[in-house]
Design a protein around this ligand. Structure first.
Ligand code: GRF
Length: 212
């Protein structure tokens, strides 16, 4: 069984896609053991509470020091026996001690084709506005392993989505979000099946076929 911790800051639709994939049996041998948010009112907490999943409001402001902040999350992760952390719309940077403790065991979903349209300021509709301003014919969604750099780290799954001449940032965001909801559970499935290896210096993880 793969024990998954999820971090999110907002509405939680990507988290919901993972819950649905578990409920439908598409994602097997996985369970969500805890949900963290820096925002006490986050929609992601509602989805978790409805299923009786423990939640933790965890933000830097609640702790006196950086060390106390990291230690609180690490203790909660340990108590929940988390194997994997999934950042599903998490708007903050995870502290370095957590990235180190969960090396290659943290996933992030980003609404563009990384390494393009990622990094500081590239979140929410800003991403889709930038894609439209650059007249890109294609955009997409990326799930990658988190490393110490923002929106960086080896790509697990990346899928393209067409940009239409009639698109607004909102319509493009909605089309990309549908793809996000497909690839996030897929990436978790690859990890649950033990099919991913991270090789140093590579931009993408190595994925073994299910027959290997
Ligand atoms: C998604 O577009 C995700 O890619 C980005 O933040 C958004 C979160 O949406 N990191 P939701 O909270 O999962 O609905």
């Amino acid at each position: 069984m793969l024990n998954i911790a999820v971090c999110g800051s907002g509405r939680g639709s990507n988290f919901k896609s993972v819950l649905d994939a578990i409920a439908s049996g598409r994602l097997r041998y996985c369970r969500i053991v805890i949900v963290f948010s820096n925002n006490a009112d986050a929609g992601i907490f509602e989805h978790a509470r409805r299923q009786g999943i423990p939640v933790l409001h965890w933000s830097r402001k609640m702790y006196a020091t950086d060390d106390a902040y990291s230690a609180a999350m690490l203790a909660a992760l340990r108590e929940a026996r988390a194997d994997l952390i999934v950042l599903a719309g998490y708007m903050k940077f995870l502290p370095a001690p957590i990235i180190a403790a969960f090396k290659h065991r943290i996933l992030n979903i980003h609404p563009a084709l990384l390494p393009s349209f990622g990094g500081t300021g590239m979140y929410g509709l800003h991403v889709h506005r930038a894609v439209l301003a650059a007249h890109e014919p294609l955009t997409g969604a990326t799930v990658h392993i988190v490393d110490e750099e923002y929106d960086h780290g080896p790509i697990v799954i990346q899928r393209t989505v067409p940009v239409l001449a009639s698109d607004s940032p909102e319509s493009l965001a909605a089309r990309v979000l549908e793809m996000e909801h497909y690839i996030l559970p897929e990436a978790i499935r690859l990890i649950a099946e033990g099919r991913i290896t991270v090789e140093p210096g590579r931009t993408h993880v190595h994925i073994r076929s299910s027959q290997e």
